[in-house]
Design a protein around this ligand. Structure first.
Ligand SMILES: Nc1nc2c(c(=O)[nH]1)N=C([C@H](O)[C@H](O)COP(=O)(O)OP(=O)(O)OP(=O)(O)O)CN2
Ligand SMILES: [Zn+2]
Length: 137
């Protein structure tokens, strides 16, 4: 029997959507206001869901306290109040779209949980825009 546990978190971060190998005009045409060279910010919402078998001794799939600590160490501390383009090494050469941020977060958290657990990341960039990543199919 598999059960899913979820933990919510949030972080505030600045970013600029653009490609270094494109002209400003091309970036402007594709990314519009998100290509502002002075950056802009979002209050990102994060939902991390872990699916696995219940440990018969504890009754937990995974202690949510443990999951909260992983999220704090892998996401909140490195991303909160940071400029994703300038401060976060994973985005030095990776456009910090919501899709890419979700994949980066999935890879960081996946390394910290049991290999047989399934992991889903839902990242809200705004109240109305969110992306979901469950790992490679
Ligand atoms: N597929 C994606 N599309 C867009 C992304 C993204 O990460 N993936 N990101 C952006 C920008 O980051 C932009 O800042 C989003 O903010 P905004 O357009 O203000 O968001 P809203 O849709 O909530 O605002 P509206 O008022 O509804 O325009 C753009 N696209
Ligand atoms: Zn944005």
């Amino acid at each position: 029997m598999k059960v899913t546990i979820s933990r919510k978190a949030h972080f505030n971060a600045a970013h600029r959507l653009y490609r270094k190998d494109w002209t400003f005009e091309k970036n402007d045409a594709v990314f519009g206001k998100c290509n502002n060279p002075n950056f802009h910010g979002h209050n990102y919402g994060l939902t991390v869901s872990v699916t696995g078998k219940i440990d018969p001794e504890t009754g937990f799939v995974l202690d949510v306290k443990v999951l909260a600590d992983i999220i704090r160490e892998e996401v909140e501390i490195p991303f909160d109040h940071k400029n994703l383009n300038l401060d976060v090494p994973e985005f030095q050469d990776l456009n910090p779209t919501a899709e890419h941020i979700a994949v980066v977060i999935w890879n960081k958290i996946k390394k910290r949980i049991q290999p047989d657990f399934d992991l889903e990341i839902v990242l809200n960039e705004t109240d109305r825009n969110f992306v979901t990543y469950k790992g490679e199919e």
